[in-house]
Design a protein around this ligand. Structure first.
Ligand code: ITT
Length: 195
């Protein structure tokens, strides 16, 4: 089955290409010669995921799915959440986002957080939503260089090191994105059995 991945984030594309089983051909926006940033004006991950998937499937008349993800920090009322990409302002900068987060959590004993991924699928004109979460805590300093975004600060539950220290193999086994993609694949496999 062929699906277009509605995202301009190359790191997400690399992760999903590693996670998705063989039998699925993933097209990227660069395969379509589309290089613009996708608009995200919603107030929730779900709204943004749907906005991106609807726009891309409408533009290219193809079945597609999007991924909207964010880091939700309990002590900060689930900030940065939907604003994760631009937490410290424009232009987006992962290091500045993490520095701001560390500053906001300075002296805070509750460092619980979760990554959440929402996937929106547009398949033959119908829309579906899938979700994956990864619980953990925010470290007191950045460590490791694998992954992207907030990975150097995120210690998954049950581990003593950050996702960026753990490496891609571990991340792709336990991540919010892996869980959301598993839901998507389960849905598509069940659909295949019914048709
Ligand atoms: P698209 O909308 O084009 O898919 P994006 O980078 O704008 O790409 P999001 O709106 O979902 O994607 O951005 C969420 C931000 O949250 C992202 O830029 C990272 O800073 C962070 N983020 C998302 N997934 C992450 C992950 O697996 N690990 C660490 N940080 C992540």
């Amino acid at each position: 089955m062929q699906l277009l991945f509605a995202s301009s984030n190359v790191n997400k594309l690399i992760e999903i290409r590693n996670i998705i089983p063989s039998g699925y051909t993933l097209l990227s926006l660069s395969d379509m010669n589309f290089t613009n940033e996708l608009e995200e004006t919603g107030e929730t991950l779900e709204e943004n995921a749907l906005q991106k998937a609807r726009f891309v499937s409408g533009t290219f008349s193809l079945n597609c799915f999007s991924d909207d993800s964010g880091l939700e920090v309990t002590a900060l009322n689930n900030e940065p959440g939907v604003h994760s990409a631009y937490y410290a302002g424009l232009p987006r900068n992962d290091r500045q986002n993490m520095e701001l987060l560390l500053k906001k959590l300075d002296g805070q004993s509750n460092r619980n957080a979760r990554f959440r991924t929402v996937i929106a699928l547009v398949l033959d004109g119908k829309e579906y939503i899938f979700e994956g979460k990864l619980e953990g805590t925010i470290a007191t300093e950045m460590k490791g260089d694998a992954g992207f975004g907030y990975d150097p600060l995120f210690i998954p539950e049950g581990y003593q090191f950050t996702l960026a220290e753990g490496g891609m193999e571990l991340k792709n086994k336990i991540s919010h994105r892996k869980k959301a993609i598993s839901q998507l694949v389960l849905f598509l496999e069940e659909l295949k059995l019914r048709t």
